[in-house]
Structures are given as structure tokens and as C-alpha cells.
Design a protein around this ligand. Structure first.
Ligand code: PMP
Length: 454
């Protein structure tokens, strides 16, 4: 039986919102202070509400719809798989799961050829850390300030942003260090080469003082995403790789946000020629059409669990619907040259336009990024680089960013905003015309930020 959906109208939108407020408990929110937009539908680079407002999605939701909304090949693959086999426990061999694993292994760098499936990014991080601890017999894990790794127990404690603070009591075994970030250099470096050298020396010192024999893993986002799309200087990741090798430490790269085309390569690690021991992924692997994440595992770590059991698993690991959507996504990305499109749009449209905005707008302190993965670091003062809003601002303190986001939305653009930054992170499928349209809206909205500069 098919039912005709109610015609989109403001009244339907209001009913959808009221139903949400009645029973849905939202992430990261004070439940009484939120006003979620009721969404009626989505396609390609757009989604829309019940009032007839269409938004150009410059956020890719939570930076996951790399293939855009409602890609017909992915929708069809999920429907076909649902008709064939909706669910089966992880212990069975299933065609669609094996094919998803093969396609992922084929795309990941080096010998990361075994795939452990999870339901998302945080579970991937949890399992990568577990594998590293079991492989090395060591306990500590080093992670960077200005990072995000997920909201489950180990992942939130590895996270290097304020979201960690409320659950900090469980952070035993986690040590934070500073990664490189020249614009706000923790090392007072004057150029990328110096930043790289000092960041590596700082990591070496951290390891020396923590005791290398106690450290199971170092986990880094290849390009820290939520924290500001901070592309590391040349040589940094290769330097970390070398340090890990020297001390027998497992190197985990978290590619949950940067992976699967976002940077204009299949993986951000490809830009740096570095292969980690474990690589965590989620989001872009199937654009989040069905929850999916996982860990790509090196031959050496996989060998640890060849005769000894891996003591971990999830009821929905390698879920058929999720795997079918991954197979269709990865095939469509190759057939339609979607990764190449991300690289080209970044290089020829988004990068040049954002750099021109940095020249014109007193509020744009720095532009960073590549592919469809760009950040504007907004400042009150270009000279001092004082952020437009204080670190972890809320309420009135955050008003300049809230005004900026509201201006984007009024213009028909859905922005990604975090602290004093906005990220231009549209789908990898975005066209040049759509990107130009979004950038023009962003350009106008930045005038609200300019008004707060001193
Ligand atoms: N790692 C990184 C780098 C992420 O960006 C995210 C999500 N933003 C996660 C892990 C957690 O993924 P999930 O929300 O799917 O658990």
C-alpha cells in the first residue's frame, strides 16, 4: 500500500516540529532552548522545509553527504537490498558485505586490507583503540588538542575540544598533545617548516615523559575537521609515522570526516603519502544513507587476531543495508568522477573565491582547506587574530556567529558553524554554478561578521 505524503505546508511543518519537541531528545542541546527546522525533503545539494524554503547545503549535514542527498543509485541499492536481505548477524558471509569491504580496502592506502565494520565514527575509534591496546599490550593513547573523535566513552575522552569536559572523569589512559596549526601556533612558529619541526619535537618530548613503552597508539585526524580544517604542514604526518615506528606505537588516522572524497582524494592521507596502521572511517563511505563506519586494519595488526580472537563486535556490524549503500556509493563515486569533481571545484571555484573574500572582509582571518573541505577563521581583529567569538562561546557571547548563520539561512544557504569558524563543506557532487551561488550568499553574510570587527 502506498500513502500520499501530506502536501508540504506551514501547518504540516508546525505539526512535525511539535511532534519532535514532544518526544525527541536532541544531541548536544539544552532541550528547552532548541528550535529544529522541520525538513520535508532533499535532493542533490539542496534540502527544503515545509514553508517552501530551499537551502543549499554547505554543511553536507554533519559533513557526511559527500554524494549529495538522495542519489538515485544509492536509494535504489538500499531498496533492492531491503527486498533481498535486510539483516543478518555479522558472523555470516554475505555478498554485499564482502563487496563493501573489498571496495573500501581497494581505496584505503597501503596494506589496510581488512575491514571491521561499525555503525559510525565513534565506534570505529573505540575499536581502533581497542585493537591498538591488544596488539601492543600497552594502555595509553595520545591524541591532539583541537580534535574530535566521537561521543562514546573512549572517543569523547580522546576528543580535544570542550565537548570532552563534562565526561573528563573517565579519561584515564588518554594524554593530549598539541598538533601543528601555524595560524594559532602553540609553538610560536613563524613558518610551516618551523611549526612542523617544533610540533614533532613536542610530540617526542610528550612520549619521552609519558614513557614510550606505555603508549599503545597515537590517534590523529589526518586533517582535523570540526576543530578547524587545519591542514598539517608537509612532513608532519610522515614525522609522526616515523616516531610511531621507532617506539612501536600504533598510528591511527581518523578519516571519519576527511575520508571518501572530501579532500579531493579518496583519503586525506593520500595527500601526504602516509599509511597508518589503522584508519577509521564513517560518514562519506556511504554518505550516511544508512549508519556505517569501520576500521581499516593493516596486515600486521590483522595478524595479531589470526589465531587469537578479537574480543569485540556489534549486532549490526556490516549491516546489509548499510553495506549495499556503501557499494552503490563507492561505485557511483568512481563512475561519476565525484572525487575528481571535489578536487576541481575546490581548486578552481571554492579556494579562489574564499581567498578573495579574505582580502575583502576584515572578519576573515584565514582561509584553509582543499577539495570540498574549507574553513574560514573569523576574527575580531586581523592584526591580533582575536577570534570573532571567545573559545566555546554561548548565548550573548556567541551572537556574532549566530547572526552570521542566520544571514546565511535567510539567503538560502545552510552553513556549518563551529565556534569562530564557518566551514564550506558542500557535497563532493556540487556543481560550479551551485558552489558560486553558495559562495555569493556566504560573501554577503560575512558583512554581519565584519560589523563586529575592531
Ligand atoms: N571522528 C571524526 C574525525 C569525526 O568528525 C566524527 C564525527 N563528526 C567522529 C569521529 C564521530 O563519528 P560519529 O558521529 O559517526 O560517531
Amino acid at each position: 500500500m502506498t500513502t500520499t505524503p501530506p502536501a508540504p505546508s506551514a501547518a504540516t511543518g508546525a505539526a512535525v516540529k511539535a511532534a519532535d519537541r514532544a518526544h525527541v531528545f536532541h544531541s548536544w542541546s539544552a532541550q528547552g532552548l532548541i528550535d529544529p527546522l522541520p525538513v520535508a525533503g532533499a535532493e542533490g545539494s539542496y534540502f527544503w522545509d515545509y514553508d517552501g524554503n530551499r537551502y543549499l547545503d554547505f554543511s553536507s549535514q554533519l559533513v557526511n553527504t559527500n554524494i549529495g542527498h538522495q542519489h538515485p543509485k544509492v536509494v535504489a541499492a538500499v531498496q533492492e537490498q531491503a527486498a533481498k536481505l535486510c539483516t543478518i548477524a555479522p558472523g555470516f558471509a554475505v555478498d554485499v558485505r564482502s563487496e563493501a569491504a573489498r571496495l573500501i580496502a581497494e581505496r584505503t592506502p597501503g596494506d589496510l586490507d581488512k575491514i571491521f565494520f561499525t555503525n559510525g565514527g565513534a565506534e570505529a575509534v573505540e575499536n581502533a583503540v581497542r585493537m591498538a591496546r591488544l596488539h601492543t599490550g600497552r594502555a595509553k593513547v595520545l591524541s591532539a588538542y583541537r580534535s574530535y573523535h566521537g561521543a562514546t566513552a573512549a572517543a569523547i575522552n580522546l576528543t580535544g575540544d570542550p565537548r570532552r569536559w563534562p565526561s573528563d572523569t573517565a579519561s584515564a589512559g588518554v594524554v593530549h598533545f598539541w598538533g601543528p596549526f601555524l595560524y594559532r601556533s602553540p609553538f610560536h612558529a613563524e613558518n610551516e617548516a618551523q611549526e612542523c619541526e617544533r610540533a614533532l619535537a613536542h610530540l617526542e618530548a610528550t612520549i619521552a615523559f609519558e614513557g614510550p613503552q606505555s603508549i599503545a597508539a597515537i590517534i590523529l585526524e589526518t586533517i582535523p575537521g570540526t576543530a578547524g580544517i587545519m591542514v598539517p604542514p608537509p612532513g608532519y604526518l610522515a614525522g609522526v609515522r616515523e616516531i610511531c615506528d621507532r617506539h612501536g606505537i600504533v598510528f591511527i588516522l581518523d578519516e571519519v570526516m576527511a575520508g571518501f572524497g572530501r579532500t579531493g582524494h579518496w583519503f586525506a592521507a593520500d595527500h601526504f603519502g602516509v599509511t597508518p596502521d589503522l584508519l577509521t572511517f564513517a560518514k562519506g563511505v556511504n554518505s550516511g544513507y544508512v549508519p556505517l563506519g569501520g576500521v581499516a586494519i593493516s596486515a600486521e595488526i590483522a595478524a595479531t587476531f589470526e589465531t587469537r580472537p578479537y574480543p569485540g563486535g556489534l549486532t549490526y556490524s556490516g549491516h546489509p543495508l548499510a553495506c549495499a549503500s556503501a557499494v552503490a556509493t563507492l561505485n557511483a563515486m568512481a563512475e561519476e568522477r565525484i572525487v575528481e569533481n571535489a578536487a576541481e571545484i575546490g581548486e578552481t571555484v571554492i579556494g579562489p573565491a574564499l581567498r578573495a573574500m579574505a582580502e575583502r572582509h576584515p572578519s576573515v582571518g584565514e582561509v584553509r582547506g582543499l577539495g570540498v573541505f574549507w574553513a574560514l577563521d573569523l576574527v575580531r581583529n586581523k592584526e591580533t587574530r582575536e577570534p570573532l567569538v571567545p573559545y566555546n562561546a554561548s548565548g550573548a557571547d556567541n551572537a556574532p556567529m549566530a547572526e552570521f548563520a542566520a544571514a546565511c539561512k535567510r539567503g538560502g544557504l545552510w552553513p556549518f558553524v563551529n565556534m569562530n569558524r564557518t566551514h564550506a563543506v558542500p557535497a563532493c557532487t556540487i556543481t560550479a554554478a551551485e558552489a558560486e551561488k553558495g559562495l555569493a550568499i556566504l560573501d554577503t553574510a560575512l558583512e554581519t561578521a565584519d560589523a563586529h570587527t575592531v
